[in-house]
Design a protein around this ligand. Structure first.
Ligand code: MN
Length: 201
């Protein structure tokens, strides 16, 4: 039972001008496809060949670097595409909006904390909004690690993630990672993040 590269629910140019079509095409059809193929190759013949991706991430300490890096890459990008939309941006919705007020001190405080986590992650990695024990938290992690992996970031279940590898922004933003982070807030699909919040809580 191999993992499939998930199709995007929008065109490669749908997130312009915030994320350009060429970056999206290479990121999805080359990078994410590569993680998916390498994950399948690394799992072939192992006890985890039929495991869910959640199970794989939770047990990743015992599974070797190939499964860790490509399993994280498969999961992280699948989440990333789903929490962006051409009609995104604006403010969080539903119970998530209330929880951001209660747990994180409001939207502006959340945005500052998340942007800081993304900007200060040294080298390649991700910034996250997670649900752990029913509460929201913000963190970052290196490489393709994910907070569902033991001991990574804030722990818990990520409901929003931002890829800060250079491959995610360099064509359009070069070294201006903070501009890319600011632009990301214009494409966040808050309805999807709210759905993931309710499922994780
Ligand atoms: Mn990436």
């Amino acid at each position: 039972m191999a993992f499939d590269l998930p199709a995007l629910k929008y065109d490669y140019n749908a997130l312009e001008p915030h994320i350009d079509a060429r970056t999206m095409e290479i990121h999805h059809s080359k990078h994410h496809a590569g993680y998916t193929a390498k994950l399948n190759a690394a799992l072939a013949g192992t006890d985890h060949e039929n495991s869910s991706i959640d199970e794989i991430l939770k047990n990743v300490d015992n599974l070797g670097a190939g499964i860790r890096n490509n399993g994280g890459g498969f999961y992280n990008h699948s989440l990333f595409w789903s929490i962006m939309s051409a009609n995104g941006g604006g403010l969080p919705t539903g119970l998530l909006a209330d929880a951001i007020d209660t747990d994180l001190g409001g939207f502006e405080a959340f945005k500052a904390a998340f942007s800081n986590a993304a900007a200060t992650q040294f080298g390649s990695g991700w910034a996250w909004l997670c649900v752990k024990d029913g509460k929201l938290s913000v963190c970052s992690s290196a490489n393709q690690d994910n907070p569902m992996m033991p001991g990574v970031g804030c722990g818990g279940i990520p409901i929003l993630g931002l890829d800060v590898w250079e491959h995610a922004y360099y064509l359009n933003y070069q070294n201006r990672r903070p501009d890319y982070i600011e632009a990301f807030f214009n494409v966040i699909n808050w309805d999807e993040v709210n759905i993931r919040y309710n499922a994780a809580k």
